[in-house]
Design a protein around this ligand. Structure first.
Ligand code: HEM
Length: 403
């Protein structure tokens, strides 16, 4: 059965849930020969693994590659590795704690709530533009420009650079898929190199003309002492720009697709029977925009679902499977906008819990409210297709009509 976990199979990409359901019901953990990882399938084990400090997103703060019997990073993708070297997602304490403290204050629920009018403004302007057409692409015409505008305005990055940023980011995130060609790796490395140079220039601009926004603030922290290095600012800016829109765009695409495939659920939003904030949680759970996250085992004695996992081994957590686990959610395959269960794993857990979760939730809520207000008769005009990637799950386009 486990060979059916084939990320290159188009039918798996189109709808991974039947296979994920079978895997999860047949075993809580299995060895995946293709990726050389232990794969965990059930909600409770994933929830616990995310919080287990004996595992980390990286091992380089504890062990050399040789010590764990891992190959050195491929020098051909040096710029890719440089771009994420100081990313929050590649750090563990104490560096992680120091950098996360600096960025997290911008993304607290209070700070994010204060931005709501500005975020609503971006959303309304774009949706009104869409209203002028009979049909539009909810991804390309709305979700992408919207979420990039929001994160750029928080960081102080010029919105005019959106196209470049999107192209780089799309190329770079492909590096996180399970099986990729050297061509894709090369494209990711080239994009990372250009992106690093762009960010270096941006930092220089902020040094000359501070604007009080996040990148500028990080530069000032650096200038005030040795708390932050330029390399750290570069990685931090890039991880925020990347993480700050891909998953939000895909949650909106996957989620609105789900709503339009379940017209009775869409009606519950239009009539006000269920509010958009409640529905946001079900959009995050039902068709996960991020399907898999990994951890390295750093200490002896780790056992997952009864399976000992040795130091230096890697585990992969199947989020999409966890979100459909009947041990945790009643009737989990049912899309129910009124479910109102916010304790899913969409934003992870433990020290790497998504720093942008309050912002992402607000962006989705604002978008749903705008769609309900302006397009109560929203409908699909074509069957949407998913990108041929598994880890990052999202639609190529979502063509809809307003009436
Ligand atoms: C619906 C949208 C989003 C989803 C589903 C999502 C999901 C996640 C998940 C699962 C993690 C943890 C990864 C792990 O534990 O290995 C994470 C981390 C992160 N997210 Fe998000 N995210 C979203 C939106 C955002 C936004 C809008 C931002 C913008 C600030 C953001 C910034 C980050 C950062 C910087 C991290 C790393 C945190 C750390 O390592 O301490 N995310 N996200």
């Amino acid at each position: 059965m486990h060979e059916r976990f084939d990320v290159s199979d188009p039918s798996f990409i189109a709808d991974p849930y039947p296979v994920l359901n079978e895997l999860r019901e047949s075993t809580p953990i299995f060895w995946n020969e293709a990726s050389g990882q232990w794969v965990i399938t059930r909600f409770a084990d994933i929830h616990e693994t995310l919080r287990d400090r004996r595992l980390g997103r990286s091992y380089s703060h504890r062990y050399s590659h040789a010590e764990l019997g891992r190959p050195d990073p491929d020098p051909r993708w040096q710029r890719f590795h440089q771009h994420e070297r100081w990313s929050l997602l590649c750090l563990e304490p104490p560096d992680h704690t120091r950098l996360r403290r600096l960025v997290s204050k911008v993304f607290t629920p209070k700070a994010v709530a204060a931005m709501r009018p500005e975020i609503e403004g971006y959303s309304r302007r774009l949706l009104e533009g869409c209203r002028e057409r009979d049909t539009f692409d909810l991804i390309g015409d709305y979700a992408q420009p919207y979420s990039v505008a929001v994160i750029c305005s928080m960081l102080g990055v010029p919105i005019a650079d959106t196209k470049k940023l999107l192209d780089w980011s799309h190329a770079i995130v492909k590096m996180y898929e399970l099986s990729i060609s050297d061509e894709v790796r090369m494209a990711a490395d080239t994009a990372a190199g250009e992106y690093i140079e762009y960010t270096r220039q941006l930092i220089e601009d902020k040094r000359r003309s501070p604007d009080g926004l996040l990148v500028s603030e990080l530069v000032q922290v650096e200038d005030a002492g040795d708390v932050l290095t330029e390399e750290e600012i570069i990685s931090t800016t890039m991880v925020l720009l990347e993480a700050g829109h891909e998953a939000t765009v895909n949650t909106l695409g996957n989620g609105v697709r789900a709503l339009l495939k379940h017209p009775a659920e869409w009606s519950r939003l239009v009539t006000g029977d269920v509010d958009t904030k409640t529905a946001t949680e079900e959009l995050l759970r039902w068709d996960a925009p991020l399907q898999l996250f990994e951890r390295w085992v750093l200490e002896e004695g780790v056992e997952i679902a009864g399976q000992p996992v040795a130091v230096g081994e890697e585990v992969a957590m199947l989020f999409g499977s966890a979100e459909r686990d009947p041990r945790r959610f009643d009737d989990p395959d049912r899309f129910d906008v009124g479910r109102g269960d916010s304790a899913h794993v969409a934003f992870g857990g433990g020290i790497h819990f998504c720093v942008g979760a309050p912002l992402a939730r607000q962006e989705i809520d604002v978008s749903l409210q705008g769609l309900v207000d302006l397009f109560p008769k929203l409908a699909l005009v074509a069957e949407p297709r998913y990108h041929p990637t598994f880890v990052i799950r999202g639609l190529e386009a979502l063509h809809v009509s307003a009436s």
